[in-house]
Design a protein around this ligand. Structure first.
Ligand code: NCD
Length: 337
């Protein structure tokens, strides 16, 4: 794809060669992402971050990624605080935002809303999550994390076994990640979920049509035993018709240290897009795994910065100019111990 000026709405836009470019640039941007060195390549540019659903990581990391490239960020959060609460259409909002900023990120509770917004926008739009639809930048950082955690180049992730656990029906990060992983060869996907929230049929058949194996399961221990990557997810309670339905899906497939160490092979790695639901009744990814060396979730969250920086640089066409404004970092930020 030609990244320059392109709306990033879905993982279906990507080929492996696009991910190669993005991951190579993300690697080169790591010292900037980690605050070890500065660039001002986007000095004067403005990102407008529109988050109409709860978010911590995505909103902050999109903003920080833009800041680390030297750009400025304006945020609005919550429909209640925006003019949408006064009945403004997505299209009108998009027209206005395009007059203010150079690029926008939108998260919205309705599937397809980001595409509608992009259709009326005069600046590039990045999908920061559209309801149960897609979350392409999360999938990019998830796949980038897999290459790093398994120490394998992208194409050598082919023939891996990925265990998806949790809410595979409403979890948009799973939908986007399954599509990206589907670009590889001969993958095995074991989908461990209550039957009511299994992976949507259209995604399953698309993966099978590309020659991958997709197994639906409720046997977490056997799935763990086959795993290269365990991708755990939160029950997306905000997308259920009633709290009782969410309750019925919750707490069935808990992974704790003992279970993981007993069943999973030593090289397996645990990913989760976060937030994990740490309330005891959630029974999701147990807090006793927090310091486990194979729990990659915080390194995964960190990877949101270099990957989103790379995406901004490519979409805004500044990827070749980043080092030209390189300068040292003068501040100290280590807390006293
Ligand atoms: C995810 C999301 O918003 O889809 N969070 C994130 O962006 N890292 C997952 C979730 O909310 O469960």
């Amino acid at each position: 794809m030609d990244y320059r000026g392109t709306h990033i709405l879905s993982t279906t836009q990507f080929q492996l060669s696009d991910l190669d470019r993005l991951f190579t640039l993300a690697d080169a941007l790591r010292p900037y992402a980690e605050g070890k060195v500065r660039t001002r390549v986007l000095e004067g540019a403005v990102l407008v971050n529109l988050f109409f659903e709860p978010s911590t990581r995505s909103r902050i990391s999109f903003g920080v990624a833009f800041n680390r490239l030297g750009g400025h960020v304006r945020d609005t959060t919550g429909v209640a605080f925006s003019s949408m609460a006064k009945g403004e259409s997505l299209e009108d909002t998009a027209r206005v935002i395009g007059g203010y900023g150079d690029i926008a990120v939108l998260r919205h509770p309705e599937e397809g809303a980001v595409a509608t917004f992009a259709g009326a926008s005069t600046v590039p739009v990045i999908n920061g999550g559209d309801g149960p639809g897609e979350h392409p930048t999360q999938a990019i950082l998830d796949l980038y994390t897999m290459t790093r955690e398994l120490s394998r180049p992208l194409r050598e992730l082919s023939r891996s076994t990925i265990v998806f656990v949790g809410d595979l029906k409403y979890g948009r990060t799973v939908h986007s990640l399954a599509r990206l992983l589907g670009l590889l060869n001969a993958m095995r996907f074991i989908c461990v979920a209550p039957p009511a929230v299994q992976l949507p049929e259209h995604l399953r058949s698309a993966l099978e049509a590309r020659g991958h194996r997709v197994e639906l399961s409720t046997d977490l221990d056997s799935a763990l035993a086959a795993a290269d990557v365990v991708y755990s997810t939160r029950i997306q309670q905000e997308r259920y018709a009633s709290p009782a339905d969410a309750e019925a899906a919750r707490g069935r497939f808990s992974i704790n240290r003992e279970r993981f160490d007993t069943f999973a092979p030593p090289h397996a790695v645990i990913l989760h897009p976060l937030p994990r639901d740490s309330r005891p009744e959630a029974n999701e990814l147990d807090d006793d795994l927090t310091h486990h060396p194979r729990l990659a979730v915080f390194r995964q969250a960190d990877n949101g910065i270099p990957t989103r920086m790379a995406l901004f640089a490519l979409v805004l066409g500044v990827e070749d100019d980043i080092d030209a404004t390189r300068s040292p970092v003068k501040w100290h930020r280590n807390p006293q111990r």
